[in-house]
Design a protein around this ligand. Structure first.
Ligand code: BEZ
Length: 270
């Protein structure tokens, strides 16, 4: 049996395919920015900023008297964000090691921390550390507003990939953290937050074109395919498409639908 590391979350981020294939991540994130409601003069940290589109939206809202800083673990994503938005501040930082004092352009404390579609890349065991880092980075009364994949997120796709890999002799497991409201609210409360709002909801997400599912897996699922050759990966993806076509593909619309479930929260630092 080929050994696979189900705890490995590493992903090779390609900013071009990220924006081209899954541009909906930033589009949907706009409503999370609405929940954040950034105000002129505020200092906001965007945790897991990707290619920086939402950081730029926040920067516009806080204006010249405010500050928006985007951080992401991926050097490639941060380089792309800097190129697209040279007027904004970005840094390559692991959320688990975040410390405002190490950032050249960061204030001592932020008024708010924002995160869209990033926290589920961090293992469950490290979520408390991240929540504590965020609490430390916030001024008292500061807001933590975020959305991540919630329990059951993209489960049909993940289950099909894991089953297909196992049927071929690989060990595989869901590499992402998709908590319930109760699980994540507990993490936040233990880190010193009051959870003012948290909800889990379905958000079916269209993956355009006959290759929509393949492209989604190509952008996001490196860790599941890490030990496969390109040919083996292609065979697994084709088999997964065959398994899911009937349920997830609409031939008239030429589109796949992924069963996204979002966990969205607004928490305030005690
Ligand atoms: C999400 O945003 O929910 C997600 C993205 C990539 C892989 C898994 C989930």
């Amino acid at each position: 049996m080929t050994s696979r590391d189900g705890d490995e979350r590493s992903n090779d981020w390609d900013p071009d395919s990220y924006d081209a294939e899954v541009g909906f991540v930033a589009d949907y994130g706009e409503s999370v920015v609405d929940l954040l409601d950034p105000r002129p003069g505020e200092r906001v940290l965007d945790l897991g900023c990707g290619t920086g589109h939402l950081t730029a939206d926040i920067a516009e809202a806080v204006g010249p008297e405010g500050l928006a800083v985007g951080v992401d673990q991926s050097d490639e994503m941060v380089a792309e964000a800097r190129e697209t938005y040279p007027e904004c501040h970005f840094a390559a930082v692991d959320a688990r090691e975040f410390d405002p004092e190490t950032l050249p352009s960061a204030p001592e404390r932020f008024d708010a921390v924002f995160s869209n579609a990033a926290l589920h890349w961090i293992p469950w065991a490290d979520q408390r550390t991240v929540a504590e880092r965020v609490a430390d980075a916030l001024a008292p009364g500061g807001r933590f507003v975020a959305e991540l994949g919630g329990r059951g997120n993209v489960a049909t796709i993940v289950d099909a990939v894991v089953d297909e890999l196992e049927s071929r002799g690989y060990e595989a497991a869901n590499p992402w953290y998709f908590p319930t409201v109760g699980e994540h609210a507990t993490v936040l409360e233990r880190a010193g937050f009051e959870v003012r709002m948290a909800r889990l909801f379905d958000r079916p997400t269209v993956l355009d074109g006959p290759d929509g599912l393949r492209n989604w897996l190509d952008v996001f699922a490196d860790s599941l395919f890490a030990s496969l050759s390109a040919d083996e990966e292609d065979a697994v993806v084709t088999a997964v498409e065959d398994r899911l076509r009937q349920d997830l593909y609409d031939p008239d619309a030429e589109a796949w639908t992924a069963g996204y479930r979002r966990l969205r929260f607004l928490a305030v630092r005690d």
